[in-house]
Design a protein around this ligand. Structure first.
Ligand code: BGC
Length: 763
């Protein structure tokens, strides 16, 4: 009886579908519902569902609607408002089977309100703040009729030459896995079928962050142990958290492109991990199988991809063109197509679209009068998250916080760069709505303002770089240079600085420098900006560097030149206000690096948890025949986990509850953390474990837990971590995930290098 009522309700809700006047579909039973629908579909309609197209402003809408009504398109991306998407859904409702479309977008760090870039979010080490940013992004995107995002991007990146380092959460497997889970839950909420949720599709599966030399789209060659141990867990964490989709990477893995990789897509993803969801190719990736040199032509490319289990093809037409012929010739089976269709329909089901195709599109009368209206933004939340995401790298002589009564000179191209504040992949964010540093500081100072702004430098004077950065921007160039000469601008800045009590320089990269296809060989701040910094330093005035960049930069010289350095990454819509909060001490910085900052490009990769080696270099004890670079100090400029505060913290009385651990037991690791300074503040207490002797070489240490703690000035707290066998497991040479008995060092610190250590034995 209850079942019947549910069915009636489902049919009632599906007021825009024909389910009521064809075979009643048991909509409360996903498998039966999808099977029933598939029985009614023609081959063309099935193949149509596998097609995902990008909607550009220049595309003929009429034609697209015709194609949709003919059942030739399963979903779109890049069309992002209710009035744009409604006519397409109307077209789908005119198709023979009225299968709803879904609407996708790259909602990576905010939708209309732009939050800090993912690397910055990770710098907060604040799971609650990160989760809030994802939830708001989902709500804003859903309110704009979007059903699914191509996020989170959880590629581990240990090579900052790779421009997409900005889009991920850093170098560490444990931290990125924790965030992956939080982001999936944030996007999908209680269920991806809720009107204010969007489905998450984790990317880029797999290992995209390990492209050789940090050069985008390059090959990846990696041992299975390294994959399982370091690179795969974040994708797995996202899937275990319920991510409905996976986007497949553009790169190859050990000689086989991910898009055609049976081991990756079938053995690992579907069989070993049990993923039941939608696998989408990346942009044009099926066609690229020809370029990779594993497919002779489009026909073979389509065959390899469908066989591997790529359910939806993003922006190429090969499935439509080739699958019918491949089926006819027996090169692929009906089941290959059906498996893919089942996942597409299943995902639409999970998004709630069969119950209501207009779930997120809503009614015309409820459309926002102004899509860009201020009241659709979540400014307070963005400001709060942004200020938690900055890392104070240096603060000599308590240069920071600034006093509001001081005469401040603000310089640098990034102090007044609304578009750059948003960072790359800024979804539907509008630069006109982002708060620049100049705006933020001016507002913070109010009437008392003694702030002067001079530009001082362009982003770069390198014409080639400039042309590259502006190459893809169709509307207007993103990086516009002041036509004055570099020297004239520096002279002007120096003159202003001479009158100042303190100089704040906003320097770094434009957002396009840390983006897809923006790999760099040189991670310095561009030369003309470095000249500016040098000239400012020569004035003898206290110098604060506000860094804006999407990846670690090599700031060896600037570390000495500056009195204070605040790493802000790209902070989003409310960036200027949030940075001003930190600069003036209205917020005490609490971020920690989620990625090591290298001293030079030559030392990359500089990740903290590398494997033990036979001839380790011991800092302070130089000698030949140890693993080092003899022409520079070995090790990072700033280590993973590092970050200062306006107060100081100490750790003491580290203790383990036992010196032995049984396989089923637990050890409590505790430490007292004290705020030894004069301000309230937060810090991140980090727990690392080293497996001293194993059947395989183990890393020097691995992050296994952390807690972000708020302490009032003078306050202290005892922090507890529980360690059990799971924390000690690793993938051995046979890829068996197990802990091995023996000695383990437990290290607790406020960064990955400065730690106190105790040991125990696993019995
Ligand atoms: C990127 C993906 C993105 C897709 C759609 C591709 O170029 O690699 O990360 O989701 O475009 O915008």
């Amino acid at each position: 009886m209850k079942k019947l009522c549910l069915l009636g309700l489902a049919i009632g809700l599906a007021s825009h579908s024909v389910w009521a006047d064809t075979t009643p579909a048991p909509i409360e039973n996903k498998d039966a519902f999808v099977s029933n629908l598939m029985k009614q579909m023609t081959l063309e309609e099935k193949i149509g569902q596998l097609r995902l197209i990008s909607i550009g402003p220049e595309m003929p809408r009429e034609l697209i609607r015709k194609e949709i009504a003919a059942g030739n398109i399963g979903g779109t991306f890049n069309s992002i408002t209710r009035p744009e998407n409604r006519p397409m859904q109307d077209a789908a409702m005119r198709s023979r089977l009225k299968i709803p479309m879904f609407f996708a977008y790259d909602v990576i760090h905010g939708h209309r309100t732009i939050f800090p870039i993912p690397l910055a979010l990770a710098s907060s080490w604040d799971m609650d703040a990160i989760g809030r940013s994802g939830r708001i992004a989902a709500k804003e995107a859903a309110a704009d009729s979007l059903d699914i995002t191509f996020a989170p991007m959880v590629d581990i990146s240990r090579d900052p030459r790779w421009g997409r380092t900005s889009e991920g959460f850093g170098e560490d497997t444990y931290l990125v896995s924790r965030i992956a889970k939080v982001m999936v839950k944030a996007y999908q909420g209680e269920t991806p079928s809720a009107a204010d949720s969007i489905m998450a599709s984790v990317k880029h599966f797999a290992l995209y962050g390990a492209v050789e030399g940090g050069r985008d789209y390059n090959t990846v060659d990696m041992s299975p142990v390294k994959m399982y141990q370091d690179y795969l867990p974040p994708y797995r964490a996202a899937i275990d958290a319920g991510a409905g989709g996976v986007m497949v990477a553009l790169n190859s893995i050990n000689g086989i492109p991910a898009t055609a990789n049976m081991w990756l897509m079938q053995d690992l993803l579907r069989k070993e991990w049990g993923f039941k969801g939608l696998a989408v190719s990346d942009h044009g990736a099926i066609f690229e199988l020809i370029k990779h040199g594993v497919a002779r032509d489009g026909r073979e490319a389509a065959k390899l991809a469908i066989k591997a289990g790529i359910d939806m093809s993003m922006n190429d037409t090969l499935y439509g063109k080739e699958l019918p012929g491949l089926l006819k010739s027996g090169e692929i089976q009906q089941s290959d197509i059906d498996n893919a269709v089942r996942e597409v329909l299943g995902a639409k089901y999970d998004m709630g679209l069969f119950k209501d195709p207009y779930l997120r599109i809503g009614k015309v009368e409820d459309d926002p009068a102004d899509t860009y209206a201020e009241n659709r933004l979540h400014r307070a939340e963005a400001r709060d998250v942004a200020r938690r995401s900055m890392v104070l790298l240096k603060n000599q002589n308590e240069t920071l916080p600034l006093k509001k009564t001081e005469k401040i000179v603000l310089v640098g191209p990034l102090a007044k760069a609304p578009i750059d504040m948003m960072g790359s992949w800024a979804a539907a964010g509008k630069p006109e709505q982002s708060v620049t540093l100049l705006d933020g500081m001016t507002r913070a100072l109010g009437d008392q303002t003694k702030l002067t702004y001079v530009r001082g430098a362009n982003i770069t004077e390198d014409k080639k770089v400039l042309d590259y950065l502006n190459f893809l921007n169709f509307d207007a160039p993103e990086v516009v240079n002041d036509p004055r000469s570099a020297q004239v601008m520096i002279d002007e800045a120096v003159k202003a600085a001479q009158q100042a009590d303190v100089v704040v320089a906003a320097v770094g990269e434009s957002r396009g420098m840390s983006h897809e296809s923006s790999s760099r060989t040189d991670l310095n701040i561009p030369a003309n900006q470095r000249d500016l910094i040098k000239a400012l330093k020569a004035t003898g005035k206290p110098l604060v560097l506000v860094l804006m960049n999407g990846r670690p930069l090599t700031i060896l010289e600037e570390k000495d030149q500056a009195d204070a350095i605040l790493e802000t990454w790209f902070t989003g819509t409310e960036g200027g206000n949030a940075i001003a909060d930190v600069l003036f001490g209205d917020y005490n910085p609490s971020g920690k690096l989620p990625i090591s900052i290298p001293r030079s490009v030559g030392q990359i990769p500089t990740y903290y948890n590398h494997l033990s080696i036979g001839r380790p270099f011991t800092p302070g004890k130089p000698g030949n025949y140890t693993s080092q670079y003899f022409d520079d100090t070995t090790g990072p400029l700033y280590p993973f986990g590092y970050g200062l505060s306006y107060t100081s913290f100490s750790l003491s009385d580290m203790a383990l509850s036992s010196t032995t651990l049984n396989k089923s037991g637990k050890i409590d690791a505790s430490v007292t953390v004290k705020n030894t300074g004069k301000r309230d503040g937060e810090t991140v207490v980090q727990l690392y474990i080293q497996d001293v002797v194993g059947s395989m070489i183990r890393p020097l240490k691995e992050l296994k837990n952390f807690q972000k703690v708020m302490l009032k000035a003078g306050e202290q707290k005892v922090i507890h971590f529980t360690i059990d066998e799971d924390d000690l497991k690793f993938y051995n040479a046979q890829l068996k995930y197990a802990a091995e008995p023996g000695k383990f060092n437990v290290q607790i610190g406020l960064d990955s290098e400065d730690v106190t250590q105790q040991s125990f034995e696993l019995l």
